[in-house]
Design a protein around this ligand. Sequence first.
Ligand code: PDD
Length: 288
Amino acid sequence: MWVYLNDRFVPREEAVVSVFDHGFLYGDGVYETMRAYRGRVFLLEKHLARLERSAERLQLRMPIPREHLADLVRASIERNRLQEAYVRVTVSRGAGEIGLDPALCKTPTLVIIAKAFLPYPDSFYSEGISIAIVQTRRNLPEALPPDVKSLNFLNNILAKMEAIAVGAYEGVMLNHRDELTEGTTSNLFVVQNGRLCTPARECGILDGLTRGVVLQLADELKIPTEETRLYVEHLYGAEECFLTNTTHEVLPVTKANSRPVGNGRPGPITSRLRASFQTSLNGLLERT
Ligand code: PDD
């Protein structure tokens, strides 16, 4: 396995960063998770644009221009002879003296990991997964904006640990106003009276790329959509529920806090959107 580190490909064993890297010391950095299908990265441009936006919010200088980074992502897949792949691009503040001032770090660290994508069990999609509404609240946007995809992931890790502790696959966090926000690495959708609803960006979420694709597909399928404020009651009363992210795509949720969602089976709108996602994915990949 070859990992791209700063300015070259190195074998996995040599892919190490300094203990003085501020990504390690303080979680100071940004990242993106991407998915390649048949050797081609889905929504590569959009992922790189979001990476740049996240970096900008942290006043973190991108080490190389977007086109060069895109080439390196593609090269990482080729170099590792991958078809179905998971790709993670990380940019940290870099190594520097101990201290919070980013000026202590002269050069950002760039890492690209491309590895084989291991599919999730079929049962995730045929049976659906369970979620738990956890006690950990999503970061207050004024404290650590959830729309910055940063290395500072403890908020989500605490939520994930809570979910695991109660036997749920994903933890869903509320914000400080008791509104539903998102999962630890996923966006949340519910269907109510045939309407597809998802927490609005103002609720404090990462604006997921899969979320964006799904909202657009729903429009095309003439399924009414609403980006709004949702509460736990909406989830309990929902006809259907699903999560979205780059690796899970459209993932049905059939249990929330141990209660069945709807009739306890993946719902028809979820299935339509999942199928439509696959079709649009193939179409978009053809054109890249
Ligand atoms: N996570 N919300 C959070 C907090 C996330 O971390 C992610 C993605 C999403 C969904 O975004 P997208 O559809 O663009 O993947 C929502 C990735 C998969 C990760 O952390 O690896």
